[in-house]
Design a protein around this ligand. Structure first.
Ligand SMILES: N[C@@H](CCC(=O)N[C@@H](CS)C(=O)NCC(=O)O)C(=O)O
Length: 222
């Protein structure tokens, strides 16, 4: 057994964040799939809730220490493995700006389009697939206008200058979700440039949702 275990799901954007971080840091980890749909959603099982009371994925376990929430996971990995590629700048103002960027996605965009929210809308307000898609597109588009503005001021190749930071790790999975929900990304030239640059990197490729052990056959890419 490896000393790092990631409980995650191929298509989850938050899982993709954690996988990119682990790949950038070249840390070996055990991939433990948690299926968000099968068996009523394995994130709701008693065993998983013991690890992560919110029932969110991913969860990282390092030498028996359990960490949920990707923002905490990324910061933990920087602290626990200081010799690896750092995801947050050392300068405290720059670090705060990177966190601000990440939180636009983590707390303003991602939660309103999360699976449990879409399921709730459907069950309690009888929304259709089209209405849910419209809902997701609306919140992603609104959030991306802010994120595009920020990146427009700080980006060279990546969100902040020419080095990959946590900001890119939060952005790219959110863009993959945006594509999945057929969001028009043409108003966001800076984000599209960053997306293209990141997807040329080995870590982003290896961590991609369509290249995981639990990716269904018909979705796999080489
Ligand atoms: N803010 C949390 C969000 C975790 C989360 O909710 N992840 C989604 C997958 S992308 C999930 O587990 N959803 C389960 C559900 O909606 O039931 C993080 O960054 O880890």
């Amino acid at each position: 057994m490896k000393n790092l275990i990631l409980y995650n799901y191929f298509r989850s954007s938050t899982s993709y964040r954690a996988r990119i971080a682990l790949e950038l840091k070249k840390l070996n980890y055990e991939y433990y799939p948690i299926h968000l749909i099968n068996n009523g959603g394995e994130q709701h099982s008693e065993d998983y809730r013991k690890l992560n009371p919110m029932g969110g994925i991913p969860t990282l376990v390092h030498d028996g220490k359990v960490i949920g929430q990707t923002m905490a996971i990324l910061q933990y990995l920087d602290d626990a493995f200081p010799q690896t590629q750092q995801l947050f700048p050392k300068d405290f103002f720059e670090k705060a700006k990177v966190i601000q960027f990440c939180e636009n996605i983590n707390t303003d965009i991602h939660p309103v389009q999360n699976l449990k929210v879409l399921k709730y809308l459907k069950k309690n307000f009888s929304t259709t697939e089209e209405q849910n898609e419209h809902w997701v597109q609306h919140w992603i588009t609104e959030g991306f206008h802010a994120v595009e503005k920020m990146a427009g001021e700080t980006s060279k190749d990546y969100c902040f200058g020419s080095s990959v930071t946590a900001a890119d790790i939060f952005l790219i999975p959110q863009m993959v979700t945006a594509q999945r929900f057929h969001t028009d990304l043409s108003p966001f030239p800076t984000l599209n440039k960053i997306y293209k640059n990141c997807l040329e990197l080995e870590a982003f490729k290896k961590a991609h949702p369509f290249r995981q052990v639990d990716t269904p056959e018909d979705m796999r890419i080489s």
